[in-house]
Design a protein around this ligand. Structure first.
Ligand code: CDT
Length: 301
């Protein structure tokens, strides 16, 4: 048995005016709860340090830059790394990354239990649009503010398990899970900011949004014999509702923990990484059963 007690640290709404320091204080409070619950690893959402700023139309590059982090850790987030190290808890969270050579990514990092960054992922599947869209009820400008990630879908050995990260819209794409599945992934962590309503289809309600999120993660977990932990930033951000629905999914595709609120909320489960072994040796033994000669359309070759 290789047990990792995992905490999914859902965050409630972060308003545009909230400081990073205020958000980090909330994250540290969730970390203390996680320590009491015996967690080894805590998963925070996508763009955890700020409001979901891609909903706001901005033309001034200096204003856009205020939402990005040029270093990680930095002054505002160092207390989070210190608290994690003090508790002996590994963490993963998302933030907007600006690089020294001027690139902008929607990024997440993974640490070990000493607060060292052991992995970085940059979101590959960017939803939304580049220009102001008058047809939408609200904007979703990820394609304006971020470039597609340039790191692929790596996995890292951390806490004696193979771990990978994805971010929000990535969870809807089977290629993401399979890229990591082919590297033997045992735990995929992902954070998300998903509006409770569809900006282009007013008939699509919250129930359907939650269902599609869960469907994607449970299928990805089962079909790759991997744990999946999906964690929301939820609640009403300046009049824009984001859904909750954070879940921990086992390698059989069953939901074993689920958030009940749209607030700051910790969900916890003791996840045995050895539960991945059976599926990986049998029905999803990719080396024996995949028929890649019929998959050329997927790779475009
Ligand atoms: N953050 C993020 O990727 N959200 C998307 C919303 C899609 S609607 C443009 C998601 O897939 O949940």
């Amino acid at each position: 048995m290789r047990e990792i007690v995992i905490g999914g640290a859902q965050l409630g709404a972060i308003q545009k005016s909230d400081s990073r320091e205020a958000v980090v204080a909330r994250m540290i409070a969730l970390l203390s709860q996680a320590a009491t619950a015996g967690c080894d690893l805590v998963v925070f959402p996508e763009l955890a340090l700020t409001t979901f700023f891609p909903r706001w139309w901005m033309e001034d590059a200096d204003e856009v830059e205020t939402w990005f982090e040029a270093e990680m850790p930095n002054e505002a987030t160092q207390p989070l790394f210190d608290a994690a190290k003090q508790h002996g808890i590994a963490i993963t969270f998302g933030y907007a990354e600006s690089t020294p050579d001027g690139h902008h990514y929607n990024t997440s990092i993974l640490t070990d239990k000493e607060g060292n960054i052991v992995g970085k992922y940059r979101k590959v599947h960017l939803p939304g649009h580049v220009e102001f869209d008058t047809e939408r009820a609200f904007q979703h400008l990820e394609k304006r503010y971020f470039e597609p990630g340039d790191l692929g879908f790596p996995v890292w050995k951390n806490l004696d398990a193979w771990m990978g990260m994805a971010i929000c819209n990535d969870r809807r794409w089977p290629e993401m899970y399979r890229e990591m599945g082919l590297q033997g992934v045992e735990l995929i962590t992902l954070g998300y900011n998903t509006p409770s309503v569809n900006s282009q289809d007013g008939n699509e309600g919250l129930a359907q949004r939650l269902y599609h999120s869960e469907l994607s993660m449970t299928a990805g977990a089962y079909q790759n014999a991997s744990w999946v932990v999906g964690v929301a930033k939820a609640g009403d951000e300046d009049g824009h509702p984001l859904m909750g629905g954070s879940i921990i999914v086992d390698p059989n595709g069953f939901v074993v923990a689920r958030a009940e609120t749209e607030e700051d909320e910790l969900i916890v489960h003791a996840c045995d990484m050895d539960m991945c072994n059976f599926g990986k040796k049998t029905i999803f033994d990719f080396a024996r059963h995949r028929r890649i000669e019929h998959y050329s359309r997927i790779t475009g070759q």
